[in-house]
Design a protein around this ligand. Structure first.
Ligand SMILES: Cc1cc2nc3c(=O)[nH]c(=O)nc-3n(C[C@H](O)[C@H](O)[C@H](O)COP(=O)(O)OP(=O)(O)OC[C@H]3O[C@@H](n4cnc5c(N)ncnc54)[C@H](O)[C@@H]3O)c2cc1C
Length: 576
């Protein structure tokens, strides 16, 4: 198991024990920190790696007293997704005076919660693994996540329903998995064990060793090269599965996972086999109250740290002086969220000065739209346009006036086509008539997410991103209807008669609501050539004092990925 770094562990670059005053840098020293002279990496860290650390309550008190002195350097975090919330917590604990700016009216980003007609819909992430990454954040604030969040372990994790009606219940129970495999071909059991060994190796090398490395120098890459070689990371995940598993449907069951983080199993590096191991080691969980309960919990931690979050506050421009980020300019008060965000106008609203700016926003969008081209030598428009972006998502949220007790919490309803369907989505950017679906029924675990006797659902179809030029406003309803028909014919009997609330999200919403470049569901596609050092760095390649966190930085999308990116960020942030 990855040593979840406890609050008692130190940080890279820390210089040994210096007593409570210097602990985590909360007591900012005159002369040690000067906002104007501050340079990333130049400030002397006064953190330490000793096990004799200041207890958390003292840490919080130090925070408060430093704040009163008004000495703490200011960090603005743009965006309140999981990455922004986690980094705001880490920065505050590290000694920064943090302010979070969020364009939407609530936190969560892709994990926003829609409330409609008495139903509660988690907009995005639902499969929660590696909960220790969340527990760390509570621990940093001197709290226990278990006191606030009731995390339920899924068993099985999810049901995969193939086009022919056969099903596979995927779990962490090895015997049960062997029984499921034997339903298709018992000869594949040995291959499953080999695959899991490879997955464990990928988790060790790719997640535990590299997950929170900031990868902002070739030294980091050189250090990681032997691990890439051991994992044969240049080969695809699908090829690893196919080397070990022969039955075509089992190959699908063991290779679809990267789709959950925006990767095509045929292109994504086989290092992503780590997902199997991650889920087996730490389980798949769902909190009571849905994923929104986790977001609410993190917002509560920020309140505890006295970190303000300003909602309905969109950053229009990152202010740069002498090559250094020095704050942000907001959209003017008359700005209306949701209007075509690509239409730029000149008016600006309030300006907020800061010593560092941390972007939890999509990196492509940020560089292209929030930073003037003259400040971007590395992330030029041409480089951004050349990037390959993950698929889009069509998500239909609906509530029914009856329950479907036979439908599990998580279900994959797969199409007959696999490779060619993925090719249509990722390579040809063509919206096909058929689709594979992920069906989410959170009321299987927590009935309080719907009115009594009702069920809450969302169904998600991977679709091409906006490179497809699909006219979503024109075809959205017919696409939704065909999904409804398919669900009705397969797993949700008479669905049409029971829908009482409905809402859809298309790639266009990902662009206009979340400022996601090309409406991609998961930011940059997780290709080897867009990973680690080749992914936008946590410490901007172009601008001093500018930092990135979240799905479009290393290690990538998914809740564990963005929480790890906040840890990587913490390593390159100057000491406060
Ligand atoms: C439908 C769906 C299902 C998913 N399922 C899973 C799953 O089951 N398990 C899993 O681990 N992962 C899943 N993921 C992936 C996971 O949700 C994301 O990778 C992760 O939540 C991204 O977090 P983030 O912090 O990087 O960014 P985001 O959540 O995108 O947050 C970015 C925030 O920045 C704000 N913002 C953008 N521009 C500005 C601006 N100019 N000014 C102010 N604010 C701005 C946005 O409004 C947003 O709130 C899913 C994603 C989706 C969309």
């Amino acid at each position: 198991m990855a040593p979840a770094s406890t609050p008692h562990e130190g940080h890279e670059g820390h210089e040994g024990h210096e007593g409570h005053e210097g602990h985590l840098g909360h007591q900012v020293q005159e002369g040690l920190y000067s906002p104007n002279l501050h340079r990333p990496g130049l400030a002397k860290c006064r953190h330490h790696a000793s096990s004799e650390q200041t207890p958390f309550f003292e840490l919080t008190m130090l925070n408060a007293s430093s704040k009163q002195q008004g000495l703490r350097p200011k960090a603005v975090v743009i965006g309140a997704g999981f990455g922004g919330l986690a980094s705001a917590i880490r920065l505050s604990v590290k000694g920064y005076d943090v302010e979070v700016l969020e364009k939407l009216d609530a936190a969560g980003g892709r994990a926003y919660v829609h409330h409609q007609d008495g139903f509660t819909f988690d907009a995005g992430p639902t499969i929660i693994t590696a909960p220790f990454l969340l527990e760390e954040l509570w621990a940093l604030c001197g709290k226990r996540m278990a006191d606030e969040i009731d995390l339920i372990k899924m068993s099985p994790f999810y049901r995969i329903r193939f086009y022919n009606g056969e099903t596979f219940d995927y779990s962490d129970d090895t015997e049960a998995m062997c029984r499921e495999i034997a339903k298709f071909d018992a000869n594949d059991i040995a291959g499953y064990h080999r695959l899991m060994q490879a997955a464990d190796q990928c988790k060790r090398l790719g997640f535990e060793e590299m997950g929170d490395v900031a990868f902002d120098s070739y030294k980091d890459l050189l250090k990681a090269l032997p691990s890439f070689v051991k994992m044969r990371a240049w080969k695809s995940l699908y090829s690893l599965v196919a080397e070990n598993i022969r039955h075509p449907l089992l190959r699908v069951a063991f290779s679809f996972h990267p789709l959950l983080i925006g990767g095509n199993p045929y292109s994504v590096t086989r290092a992503y086999a780590l997902i199997h191991s991650l889920e087996k080691t730490w389980g798949v969980h769902s909190p009571m109250g849905g994923t929104g309960a986790l977001v609410k919990g993190l917002v509560g931690l920020l309140a505890h740290l006295k970190v303000p979050i300003r909602y309905n506050t969109a950053v229009k421009r990152i202010c740069i002086e002498d090559g250094k980020a020095c704050g942000v300019a907001l959209e003017p008060p008359e700005w209306t969220p949701g209007v075509d965000s690509s239409k730029r106008h000149n008016a600006e609203g309030e300006r907020i000065d800061a010593d560092i700016v941390v972007c939890n926003t999509d990196s492509a969008w940020t560089y292209k739209h929030l930073i003037a081209p003259e400040h971007r030598k590395h992330w030029s428009d041409a480089r951004i346009d050349r990037g390959r972006y993950s698929m889009g998502l069509f998500v239909w949220y609906f509530g029914t006036n009856r329950t479907y007790p036979d439908v599990p919490h998580h279900m994959m309803v797969l199409a007959e086509r696999y490779k060619t369907l993925l090719h249509d989505i990722f390579k040809k950017h063509h919206l096909s008539e058929d689709f594979s679906l992920y069906l989410h029924r959170p009321t299987a675990t927590d009935p309080s997410l719907a009115p009594a006797g009702c069920d809450t659902f969302y169904v998600l179809a991977p679709v091409p991103n906006l490179d497809s030029r699909t006219d979503w406003p024109a075809i959205s309803e017919s696409f939704r209807q065909s999904i409804q028909d398919h669900l009705e014919a397969t797993v949700l009997e008479n669905l049409g008669q029971h829908i009482i609330t409905s809402k859809v999200t298309t790639p266009l919403d990902f662009q206009n609501r979340l400022y996601s470049f090309k409406g991609a569901g998961f930011g940059l596609e997780p290709l080897l050539t867009q990973s680690a050092i080749f992914r936008p760095h946590n410490r901007s390649e172009d601008i001093q004092g500018l930092y990135m966190v979240g799905a479009s930085t290393h290690p990538g999308a998914g809740v564990p990925g963005v929480l790890m990116s906040a840890k990587a960020l913490e390593k390159v942030i100057p000491c406060a």
